[in-house]
Design a protein around this ligand. Structure first.
Ligand code: MIC
Ligand code: SF4
Length: 660
């Protein structure tokens, strides 16, 4: 039996486990890591706590791209901390303004056949280059930087076979929207999406990266393309052809499932509010009036995306009722747009140009007007993420976004009537990228690193640590939520809250406030044991709990607020791991209908939970609902490694802060 690309990379990086048993836990050696600033401060504080003198990876990079709005000292202090810690421990540092981590990593560092984990859920962008690139919690990245393995469940591998070629003005974004339409935001859990077929040869590396980037929205462990002549051409144009290695599946590779997509049949699409899988064709949605268009984010900010946008905007004015903002993905893209005049075309049309960063994608500015309709080339349209609770955010391709910005309504770039007399100007795509890495700082040499000082501003607070698992949990169901709860619900982001990412007590004040403003106070009050021995809280969730971001804060803040366990129908992969890493017990309802048997405020007791977990007998865990007088069966199914972490009260307790 031959191997898929995913299996080849896993095989050459396997440190633990049996890759022949799907769903079993396997350990992988990690070649490269990346962090961004919003998750990075915690990751480096954790790395420091491990006491490893220097990173052991082939390449680790710290990017500053999320918290670039400096409305107070906090973000700038965090940047300084990360710069100093990176220099000391052997991590390359990408300065604020250099661009979005995933775009730059693709341009300057990614290598086919390598493993990459990043403290950001869109790390699979690197799959566009043939890397096995996976999003992880900050603590997992810290462990990998220290030379430790990264653990995943051996994934099922889905062959997404692409045939034909895209029609003009249908784009890579429409391909991944089609996959989301077919599979939904839960459809990729436990799976790697591996792209194959003749259609692959029609897609450039940045187009492939758009598709693998948004594979995160499927809940997939990763997504990957072959490494072929197109990959070589991209790396050559980036001045690093030597990083190229070919990578394709064996002819007799066996996949767990097959999805076939004929690219020539795809139409322009949009993910409608408020979920990336709520996909319809633009034609189905109709010509709705729009208020805002935002172009950029790690999904669609490559040079070719930007040149396409400039070509559409050129010679046209942005509609008077539309606010258009554009954020190029990296300094390289920005500088090249400036050099070839495309930037002038954008400015001339009336676009507002933002710095190369995440910006509006994470609610750092550009919140839409009340009830406003916003078209975004981004990857997430969760309720409230834009900063305006009642905004209606649609996720679209750069082509759809640019044409709509001129017309003032949602436009179909394959429909001649939506073009009117407009001419599309083709800005030539350069053969070579402009290479200027002056915003990337090399780490200090080992001698200088020894005496280098780490700069800690007052915003940097300690991360909370858990205590070893108790045998009985007695607590109220402090909050009950429904299906598909995102980490944006659990620990919201945005310009006001993101600066508190290095300060868990302060950020905890916003935990779950999207669902219930009273939650932080109620949780803090419940921390103190009452007369009957109740202490802390339990959260009840539906299916796909914790989807979305990798932010560890969605576990750290609940931990700080005294949450002991989350019981739900199913978990998203990264969030479940973050809970375990921090000693919060993720339990499943054995029968999902039992979700209805617990109401918010019910008094719950879980006896012998420590014993059940210790004896790997989580199937015996019983939740007694003392309010309703019923017993409910739970399940956990923890691996040996996870069991140890839960018993110790988290990964850092387990290692005692000493190495791995
Ligand atoms: C996101 O897109 O939600 C983020 C912000 O990039 C997060 C990371 C974070 O919360 O800091 C992610 O995708 O992991
Ligand atoms: Fe940044 Fe948005 Fe990409 Fe997250 S999804 S890394 S916030 S651009």
């Amino acid at each position: 039996m031959g191997f898929t690309i995913t299996e080849k990379i896993i095989k050459s990086h396997l440190t633990d486990g049996d890759m022949n048993i799907k769903g079993s836990e396997i350990g992988l050696k990690i070649d490269q890591t990346l962090t961004q600033d919003a998750t990075g401060t915690m990751a480096y504080l954790q790395f420091e706590a491990m006491g490893v003198p220097r990173v052991k990876t082939e390449r680790s990079v710290a990017y500053i791209d999320h918290n670039t709005l400096q409305t107070g000292f906090e973000n700038a202090d965090d940047h300084r901390y990360i710069q100093s810690v990176a220099g000391k421990y052997g991590v390359w540092f990408s300065r604020p303004g250099n661009g979005i981590c995933h775009q730059i990593h693709l341009e300057r560092f990614g290598k086919p056949g390598k493993t990459l984990i990043g403290s950001d859920s869109h790390t699979p962008t690197g799959g566009g280059l043939g890397m096995l690139a996976i999003g992880a919690g900050g603590l997992d990245v810290a462990v990998a930087m220290g030379g430790g393995a990264y653990y995943i469940s051996m994934p099922e591998i889905v062959n997404i076979k692409l045939t034909g070629g895209l029609k003009p003005f249908v784009s890579a974004k429409d391909v991944i929207l089609e996959v989301l339409r077919i599979l939904s935001v839960k459809g990729g859990v436990g799976k790697v999406m591996e792209y194959s077929g003749d259609g692959v040869k029609t897609l450039s590396v940045p187009e492939r990266a758009t598709i693998t980037n948004m594979g995160a929205e499927l809940g997939a462990t990763s997504s990957i393309f072959p490494s072929d002549e197109i990959t070589r051409k991209f790396l050559k144009a980036q001045g690093r052809e030597e990083d190229y290695v070919p990578l394709e599946p064996d002819k007799n590779a066996v996949y767990d499932a097959l999805i076939e997509i004929d690219l020539s049949k795809l139409e322009p699409m949009a993910a409608c509010p408020h979920s990336p899988d709520n996909v319809k064709t633009i034609e189905e949605i109709g010509k709705i009036k729009i208020d805002q268009v935002c172009i950029g984010s790690c999904t669609n900010s490559s040079l070719s995306d930007m040149l396409t946008v400039a070509g559409i905007l050129n010679g046209n004015d942005v509609h008077p009722n539309v606010d258009l903002s554009i954020a190029p993905g990296s300094k390289q893209v920005f500088e090249m747009l400036a050099g070839n005049g495309a930037l002038a075309d954008m400015i001339e049309s009336g676009a507002r140009i933002l710095e190369a960063a995440c910006g509006p994608c994470i609610g750092m500015g550009q919140s839409p007007n009340s009830g406003g309709v916003s078209l975004r080339t981004f990857n997430r349209n969760f309720e409230g993420r834009s900063g305006t609770k009642d905004a209606q955010v649609y996720l679209v391709s750069p082509e759809t976004a640019a044409l709509s910005a001129i017309n003032g309504y949602l436009s179909n770039p394959t429909d001649k009537t939506d073009w009117g007399n407009k001419q599309v100007y083709k800005v030539p795509h350069p053969e070579k990228f402009l290479i200027n890495d002056n915003m990337i700082i090399e780490p200090l040499d080992e001698k200088a690193a020894k005496t280098a000082e780490i700069k800690r501003g007052p915003n940097i607070n300690e991360f909370p640590k858990n205590t070893p698992l108790e045998d009985v949990i007695r607590a109220y169901a402090l909050l009950k939520v429904g299906d598909n709860i995102t980490t944006d619900h659990i620990m919201p982001a945005g310009a006001k809250i993101l600066p508190l990412r290095s300060n868990i007590p302060a950020i905890s004040e916003y935990c779950f406030t999207v669902c219930d403003e009273t939650f932080p106070k109620r949780a803090k009050d419940a921390k103190t044991p009452d007369k009957e021995g109740r202490a802390g809280g339990i959260i009840i969730g539906g299916a796909n709990y914790g989807q979305g971001s990798s932010r560890e804060h969605a576990a750290l803040a609940p931990l700080y607020l005294g949450i002991k366990a989350v019981i739900c129908k199913s978990f998203a992969r990264i969030h479940r791991q973050n809970l375990i890493n921090n000693g919060i017990i993720p339990l499943l309802f054995k029968n999902s209908e039992d979700y209805d048997k617990i109401s918010q405020g019910d008094d719950l007791e879980i006896l012998s939970i420590g014993d059940c977990i210790k004896n790997q007998n989580s199937a015996a865990i019983i939740i007694s609902n003392l309010t309703k007088g019923i017993d409910i069966h739970a399940d956990g199914a923890f691996s040996e490694r996870e069991t140890e972490m839960l018993l110790a009260g988290g990964l850092l307790n387990l290692t005692g802060g000493e190495g791995l």
